[in-house]
Design a protein around this ligand. Structure first.
Ligand SMILES: Cc1cc2nc3c(=O)[nH]c(=O)nc-3n(C[C@H](O)[C@H](O)[C@H](O)COP(=O)(O)OP(=O)(O)OC[C@H]3O[C@@H](n4cnc5c(N)ncnc54)[C@H](O)[C@@H]3O)c2cc1C
Length: 430
């Protein structure tokens, strides 16, 4: 991370002039989306400040986030192009097969990556590993400064720039502000962009298990009326004190009223409940580490842009983890926004200009709308026990399984390789 070049002007309140530091890009939120964007635009020398309210030592601690992320192949290509992936690769488990079934129905859908090429569908990585890799890569970015813990007190949008007042009283003036501050985005709210929101009444319980038999790179998702139950392959951990080195990540979505009771079970009872849903394909198992829970809802911002503002990641859209696509969608925002910003910069145009932001919004609209509709539709179709719907979805799964071109289309979609792809998604640097 670089030292800031202190180009300063000032704003006058009566007799007092407050110094204002001029930068190019202000990113509010240093989660996965915000950090990836800062790294992506670094190459073109934009003076960038990332503000995050969380302290790095907290978010980089083992107890902060127990989740893993299933990165689609297109996201892996983005992380490769950003030179973040080499730091994650040894901890990334390839997804070679995906198996989807409806409860205990014998009908299922099986995807094998060899039907669409030689790369896996994606990789599963612990969020802690990804966060640490992004922070380490950020350290090498000369034009980026991370302010954390810090917050933005107010944003003043005008035709030729945005002035941000930080909570410590400093002022920054940028050509563009990016809201990467997650679902509850204050940046989105302060720009007056409304968002529609609804709760699914489900909570995801997340934990890691060690198990007797290897998973062979198979990711499984089983749909129950209370919510989907997913088992994601992780890399083995031979150094663990668990009885077996093989590991998988569990994302178990349940009715929100029931989740606290499940979380309060002792280890033996909790493991027994897991086994009831998991079956015995992985043999004996034990839960390692803690249990985390995340209430689930759908969020969609009415616009991806405002004057001198762009929204990325969960600040723009929050979806159900049913297809493990939330961050993948956010990284596609990042790849697209980075490309339009870098192009504008190289052509000497204003990076916060209307035309640049319109291009970003147009490029992202279809993908975002499609994924919101698909994940919401799947959640509603599968999270119930209505007999006619069960018949529709079981025959649907079996039909897709039997129609090779349709199956290949869904597989390429799951890998994120459909549509007009920005350069980073094809693994090419900006
Ligand atoms: C159970 C579960 C499983 C999931 N599994 C997957 C998966 O397998 N694959 C996948 O692609 N996605 C998955 N997701 C989705 C994924 O976790 C999110 O899409 C992703 O974390 C969004 O990243 P983000 O950086 O956009 O937002 P966030 O992770 O919410 O980060 C926002 C950042 O902004 C900061 N911030 C917030 N407010 C402020 C403020 N006012 N000022 C300054 N900073 C602020 C926060 O500290 C944080 O660092 C899953 C989600 C859940 C709940």
């Amino acid at each position: 991370m670089g030292r800031r070049d202190n180009t300063k002007t000032g704003i006058r309140h009566g007799d007092v002039e407050t110094p204002v530091e001029n930068i190019d890009l202000l990113i509010v939120g240093g989660g996965f989306s915000g950090l990836a964007l800062a790294i992506a635009v670094e190459r073109c020398g934009l003076k960038t400040v990332v503000v995050d309210r969380a302290a790095p030592q907290d978010v980089l601690g083992a107890g902060f986030d127990g989740r893993t992320c299933a990165f689609a192949d297109a996201s892996v290509r983005i992380l490769e192009a950003l030179e973040v992936w080499p730091d994650m690769a040894a901890s990334a488990a390839p997804i070679n097969d995906i198996r989807v079934s409806d409860g205990h129905s014998p009908l299922f859908l099986h995807y094998d990556h060899r039907e669409v090429g030689d790369r896996p569908f994606g990789h599963v990585v612990e969020n802690l590993v990804t966060r640490r890799a992004l922070y380490r890569r950020l350290e090498t970015c000369r034009h980026v400064t991370l302010e954390a813990p810090a917050g933005v007190d107010s944003l003043d949008f005008s035709d030729d720039g945005v002035t941000a007042r930080l909570e410590d009283g400093r002022h920054l003036r940028a050509a563009l502000v990016v809201a990467a501050d997650g679902r509850r985005s204050q940046t989105r709210q302060s720009a007056g962009i409304r968002a529609s929101e609804s709760a699914y009444g489900q909570t995801s319980i997340v934990c890691t298990i060690a198990h007797e038999r290897p998973h062979r790179g198979v990711a499984c998702e089983r749909f129950y009326p209370a919510g989907p139950f997913a088992v994601l392959p992780m890399v083995d951990d031979a150094s663990s004190s668990a009885s077996w080195p093989h590991r998988s990540s569990i994302v178990w979505s349940e009715k929100s009223q029931l989740a606290p009771r499940l979380l309060a079970l002792d280890d033996a009872e909790f493991t027994a409940e897991l086994r009831r849903r998991l079956g015995d394909a992985l043999g004996n198992l034990e839960v390692t580490g803690g249990r985390w829970s995340y209430p689930l809802g759908l969020l969609r911002a009415e616009s991806l842009i405002g004057p001198r503002l762009a929204l990325v990641g969960d600040a723009a859209h929050g979806i159900h983890p049913i297809a493990g696509q939330g961050l993948n969608l956010g990284l596609r925002d990042v790849a697209t926004l980075a490309e339009v910003i870098v192009e504008a910069r190289e052509q000497g145009r204003d990076i916060g200009g209307e035309e640049v932001l319109e291009r970003y919004a147009r490029w992202r609209r279809f993908d975002v709308m499609t994924l919101i509709a698909v994940t919401d539709g799947l959640t509603r179709l599968f999270s119930n026990d209505v007999a006619p719907l069960r018949l529709v979805r079981d025959t649907g799964l079996a039909a897709v399984n039997g129609i090779a071109p349709l199956k290949r289309f869904f597989m390429r979609h799951a890998m994120g390789m459909v549509g007009d792809l920005p350069r980073l998604m094809r693994g090419r640097p900006l």
